[in-house]
Design a protein around this ligand. Structure first.
Ligand SMILES: Cc1cc2nc3c(=O)[nH]c(=O)nc-3n(C[C@H](O)[C@H](O)[C@H](O)COP(=O)(O)OP(=O)(O)OC[C@H]3O[C@@H](n4cnc5c(N)ncnc54)[C@H](O)[C@@H]3O)c2cc1C
Length: 370
């Protein structure tokens, strides 16, 4: 198993539980700061628009996140709820999400403008005629969770090595095993690559630009001292789905109030790209926060992150075998929404790998040929 991010860590764990002997490799470690999973927090929600498998997957994932919190006796999920602000004249995504939420059995409340203002007076709901509140959603402790999953994997008998797999020969189906950074070779019956934004480098022909990394900037602002209006006791995770899709979450885990713009940034090199936040993106975030959360206007910036999405052209994941090798699996393309699904995806992929089960057509590489 190569890659110990949200996808690879959980896949490795579930492969182990299906009886495989698993060696997990990662170039820089589980939840490292170059990886897409290496942020402080990631949202888990069921609202996902129409005709997609992700609402249901997130139900299963949420169940598994909770089960593992109990099993490992550690908090992974902050149960803040998730608020979707539907914008005037641009609420198709939210409208189309409602029947899917119902079908998936996800609890939600449809809230009027008056109800929104009554419940969250610290938010300026200008231009937001209604909203969806998912009480069961929240945010996950992203990089911490990756490390906890690795600990669980080790405790159940897995082996981990801090090694980088070299790209040599991978496109020919790993026939001679994997060449790793210490010069040794690793031979296995099956290989699974969950290398996030690096998949295109490892498989230039099969993946190449089908997974593109974009620069995404995240800002954390410090709420006023002693003011809990912006903490997780009083504010849910929120998503403001207007012309741009801006989202964020309350101050939690001792970090600040997080704000990010989901718009895809420029291409980014996940290995050596500069992770200094830009002045322009900071200004946009400041202007937005001052408008939507007036009590946070002029709040100081306390932290920044520059991460990368690993986008497929249709934002659907990739789960498939290498076209030239039945025993080589490629998993990735989280496209800015993969983290939450980690455990459900791990369960599903491990079944495909061990039982030789066909992956869902939606995730297969052949869709790009159409
Ligand atoms: C700013 C931002 C916000 C996001 N918000 C959300 C959110 O709110 N909710 C949500 O569900 N998702 C969100 N996502 C998306 C989610 O974080 C990703 O889809 C997910 O983390 C991808 O996980 P992964 O395991 O595929 O990739 P990664 O986490 O990148 O893991 C890949 C691993 O492979 C290793 N690796 C790479 N090459 C090699 C090699 N040659 N040899 C050995 N190891 C190698 C790397 O070190 C890395 O650890 C967000 C992403 C970003 C950047």
């Amino acid at each position: 198993m190569v890659g110990a991010g949200a996808f690879g860590g959980w896949i490795a764990l579930y492969l182990l539980r299906r009886g495989a002997r698993v060696t997990l490799l990662d170039a820089w470690g589980a939840g490292n700061s170059r990886s897409s999973s290496g942020g402080e927090s990631r949202i888990i929600r069921g609202t996902y628009g129409p005709k997609q498998p992700y609402s249901r997957m997130s139900v299963r994932a949420l169940q598994l996140w909770k089960e593992h919190e109990q099993r490992w006796n550690v908090q992974l999920l902050h149960r803040t709820g998730v608020l979707w602000m539907a914008t005037e004249g641009n609420d198709e995504y939210e409208r189309c999400s409602l029947p899917v939420l119902r079908e998936a059995g996800i609890a939600y409340q449809e809230l009027s403008a008056n109800e929104l203002v009554r419940r969250w007076p610290q938010i300026n709901f200008d231009g937001v005629p209604w909203g969806i509140y998912e009480p069961g959603g929240g945010f996950l402790r992203a990089r911490v969770a990756c490390q906890v999953v690795l600990d669980g994997f080790l405790a159940e008998g897995g082996e981990f090595r801090l090694h980088a797999v070299q790209p040599n020969g991978l496109e020919y189906g790993c026939r001679d095993g994997l060449l790793v950074s210490d010069g040794s070779k690793l031979i296995a019956d099956k290989y699974v690559f969950a290398c996030g934004p690096w998949l295109g480098n490892l498989f230039p022909e099969t993946i190449g630009s089908k997974v593109s990394a974009t620069r995404q900037e995240v800002f954390f602002f410090g709420p006023p001292a002693g003011d809990d209006r912006f903490s997780e006791t009083n504010l849910p995770v929120w998503a403001d789905h207007g012309d741009r899709f801006i989202y964020g979450m309350p101050a939690g885990d001792g970090r600040g109030f997080k704000v990010a713009d989901d718009t895809h940034g420029p291409e980014f090199d996940a290995t050596s790209g500069d992770r200094t936040a830009s002045a322009e993106a900071l200004q946009l975030a400041r202007d937005y926060v001052g408008f939507r959360f007036p009590g946070m206007k002029n709040a100081p910036l306390v932290e920044t992150r520059v991460c990368q999405y690993e986008n497929t052209p249709d934002s659907d994941f990739i789960i498939d075998r290498h076209p030239r090798a039945e025993n080589v699996w490629i998993v990735g393309g989280g496209s800015g929404h993969g983290f939450k699904h980690g455990p459900a995806l791990g369960e599903m992929v491990s079944e495909s790998v061990i039982e030789q089960k066909e992956p869902d057509a939606r995730f297969r590489l052949s869709r790009f040929a159409r």
